[in-house]
Design a protein around this ligand. Structure first.
Ligand code: ADP
Ligand code: MG
Length: 332
């Protein structure tokens, strides 16, 4: 059954940054979708749009169907119900998301108390249970955020996300700030929780290796668009879009510390979303760009069974005059 379907999502911030441009996604219940892309490619904007958490004045169009209901047009009361019981987000940087002056147990049970009307004693029991489920002793409920390590805080964040038994968890860079060992532990934890509870997972990262290891399918975003999608291992090991290939080469293995924050071997930066280049947004950085790439953007096309990529070199030839081989700007 389809848990989440995103259709033609467009998000433009008040300043004019077109952060998400025509994105389609599908996630079945109990499946794990990875969304990859460098910093600034629109991944967090997409995550926020799923739960209508974008700042006021942001223009959003398209559809975000959660169990068939469009989150973008539903009444606020319904949106709140979705946020409590339908979908949860685990954000990057647990230290900033936890309130420093409240014990973590109270922060975990806050939604339970608010939403379920649980008694204080029941909420305390529930907090202990949730902490144990994420591999922490129930007694840690009494701790303040600064008394926990980074990995422990991220576990608390995950416990908070699980508090109302969501059907969808969106984890935005859940392990980026953690060291390699802890990163692997948190990834295994997320995998186990998702498998045990048949929750759908969207995991966001700039690290393609992490996503390939955890997710069933991968979507690679560049400058607000999907440039490639397909089965996770295939996209990681044999990407069809030059951007996805570069990203994959930049993360040769899981948790490579050197590439944790910035991909190597990928010169330049993603474009300013307020003024993206004409044609394919990746063409100024693309090692195999043709002249046509500077003027014409490419739609996603079939790139093998169950795979799609948006590149002139993939699938059917572009309409119009066929680009001759010598049009290639730099292949060396
Ligand atoms: P990612 O998560 O992939 O790093 P983001 O979704 O955070 O990307 O950002 C996409 C683009 O939108 C970036 O260029 C960023 O500067 C811009 N952006 C993000 N948040 C805002 C905001 N609140 N107002 C204006 N522009 C924003
Ligand atoms: Mg982000």
């Amino acid at each position: 059954m389809t848990l989440l379907e995103v259709r033609d999502l467009e998000v433009t911030y008040p300043g004019g940054a077109a952060a998400v441009r025509g994105v389609d996604l599908t996630l079945a219940a109990g499946r794990k979708l990875g969304i990859a892309g460098e910093s600034g490619c629109g991944k967090s904007t997409l995550a926020l749009a799923l739960l209508r958490l974008l700042p006021a004045g942001t223009r959003v169009s398209g559809e975000v169907l959660l169990n068939g209901e469009d989150v973008l047009t539903m009444r606020w009361g319904q949106v709140r119900a979705v946020r409590w019981a339908g979908a949860s987000i685990v954000f990057q940087g647990a230290m900033h998301s936890l309130n420093p002056v409240h014990r973590v147990g109270d922060q975990i049970t806050e939604p339970v108390l608010l939403h379920r009307g649980a008694t204080a004693a029941a909420a305390r029991r529930r907090a202990g249970e949730l902490l144990e489920r994420v591999g922490l002793p129930a007694s840690r409920a009494a701790a303040y955020p600064h008394e926990l390590s980074g990995g422990q805080r991220q576990r608390v964040m995950i416990a908070m996300a699980l508090a109302c038994d969501p059907r969808l968890i969106v984890a935005d860079e859940p392990t980026t700030a953690l060291d390699v060992m802890i990163q692997a532990q948190i990834l295994r934890l997320i995998e186990r929780l998702v498998a045990d509870q048949d929750v759908g997972l969207i995991m966001i990262s700039h690290d393609l290796a992490v996503l390939a290891d955890t997710c069933d399918r991968l979507t690679v975003m560049y400058a607000g668009r999907v440039v490639e999608e397909g089965p996770a291992r295939q996209v990681y090991e044999d990407a069809r879009h030059p951007y996805a290939r570069a990203l994959s080469a930049a993360f040769p293995r899981i948790g490579d510390p050197a590439s944790r924050f910035a991909p190597r071997g990928l010169p330049g930066d993603p474009p300013d979303p307020a003024a993206p280049p004409a044609g394919c947004a990746f063409h100024p950085r693309c090692p195999v760009a043709l002249d046509v790439c500077a003027t014409r953007d490419q739609p996603l096309r079939d790139a093998g069974p169950d795979r799609r990529a948006a590149c002139v070199h993939v699938g059917a030839a572009v309409p119009g005059p066929a680009p001759a081989a010598e049009d290639a700007r730099s292949t060396s």
